[in-house]
Ligand binder design. Structure first.
Ligand SMILES: Nc1ncnc2c1ncn2[C@@H]1O[C@H](COP(=O)(O)OP(=O)(O)O)[C@@H](O)[C@H]1O
Ligand SMILES: [Mg+2]
Length: 369
């Protein structure tokens, strides 16, 4: 039986949902403002803004289930579709992920540790918040930030007055600056019947605020660290009666992890699962929202994912590297844009590192046309 999946957003995440869902018997409709949206290659594309409820209703016509691949989707759009078909993950997850104060408050209420934080609505508030949190600290806009945009690090008192107007003098959050050893993330899936499965925690490296490299599982991952990572996502999925894939970004401080951000969708740090795990995050997201049994989240071995940022690397040079898998989103090259990724798999960590080095070099060498 064919299932009709309506997806709000039609970027590369929607495209990879489509690629995973076609073998499961799914058909897709995507809503995206761009006529050339990547996901148009794997389903019907309705061109429209994500706050255009009429266009969203068109995309959701005859849908078995509605989902979204971008956490910026207005919760009102998602809620407007609930009368026609189930919307998973629950739209409440959008309310939480779109506002950093609501997000961190939710985490804290669930007993999930975060950096210390204070809401800031004026320059006076900011000075008061710096007195509470101390320096260094990091000022972020409550809404709309991504890939490190909408943030300012405050290192000394002279930074404070300039940072406020630089971020637009908008509702913000001040967070303590976390001296983490490394950044991790945990991706998990919750089924309609409440079953939760987690992939192994992964290690993420960023460049200019953009995810650059994920190593899966995180090097040195042991049961204790995996448990700490899972403890930062399981209560959230249970509290929200979440259905689908979710990611929590984490700071690893050695003996403790702090939760930084919630992404209520498939996540860039889970792309390795396509070749690196028994079941990919995309397939398990669809299995979950369609009420199918979940697949195993076990890794097949060590793997790594390199984002292609700005421009694609030399295709054939990548394909000559054993264990390298190319994903080209067919997006125009542009500085800072994620245009593809390469996953590298290997039988053991040493071989992985040897294969990874030339992949990183080729991605670094990719130049804008
Ligand atoms: N409180 C913090 N302490 C130290 N570094 C931080 C903190 N918050 C964010 N960062 C750094 O900035 C990056 C982007 O911040 P994040 O909150 O994830 O926003 P975005 O939505 O842009 O991904 C993080 O991956 C981390 O490297
Ligand atoms: Mg982040």
């Amino acid at each position: 039986m064919q299932a009709r999946v309506a997806v709000l957003g039609g970027g590369q995440l929607g495209w990879m949902l489509g690629l995973a869902g076609i073998p499961l018997g799914c058909e897709f409709t995507f809503l995206d403002p761009g006529a050339g949206a990547t996901a148009g290659a794997v389903g019907e594309l309705i061109v429209g803004a994500l706050d255009d409820v009429a266009a969203a209703l068109r995309a959701a016509t005859n849908a078995t289930v509605v989902t979204y691949e971008w956490e910026g989707v207005p919760a009102a759009t998602a809620r407007a579709l609930e009368s026609g078909a189930p919307v998973y993950p629950p739209p409440e997850a959008l309310d939480i992920a779109q506002d950093r104060i609501v997000e961190k408050t939710k985490l804290r209420d669930l007993g999930i540790a975060t950096a210390p934080f204070v809401a800031v609505d004026s320059l006076d508030d900011l000075h008061a918040a710096v007195d509470i949190i101390g320096l260094p600290s990091i000022l972020k806009t409550r809404r709309g930030g991504y890939d490190g945009k909408g943030q300012a690090v405050l290192r000394d008192p002279a930074d404070v007055d300039g940072a406020w107007p630089r971020l637009g003098a908008v509702a913000s959050i001040l967070e303590g600056f976390v001296p983490f050893d490394r950044e991790l993330s945990i991706v998990a899936v919750r089924a309609r019947d409440g079953e939760i499965r987690c992939w192994p925690a992964v290690e993420n490296g960023h460049r200019d605020g953009i995810l650059r490299l994920t190593r899966a599982p995180a090097p040195g991952l042991d049961d204790a660290l995996q448990e700490r990572a899972e403890a930062a996502i399981r209560p959230l999925l249970e509290d929200l009666e979440y259905v689908g894939v979710c990611c929590v970004e984490l700071f690893d401080l050695g003996d403790v992890v702090l939760a930084n951000e919630i992404a209520p969708r498939v996540h860039n740090s889970g792309h390795w699962t396509i070749e690196g795990a028994e079941t990919s995050q995309f397939e398990n997201h669809l299995r979950a929202i369609l009420g199918m049994p979940l697949g195993s989240t076990a890794p097949r071995g060590p793997s790594a994912m390199v984002n292609c940022i700005g421009a694609m690397p030399d295709r054939d040079a990548i394909l000559r590297i054993p264990g390298a898998h190319l994903h080209d989103y067919a997006k125009a090259a542009r500085p800072g844009r994620k245009v593809g990724h390469v996953t590298v798999t290997a039988p053991e960590p040493e071989t992985l590192e040897a294969r990874l080095r030339p992949v990183i070099a080729l991605c670094d060498r990719a130049v804008l046309p």
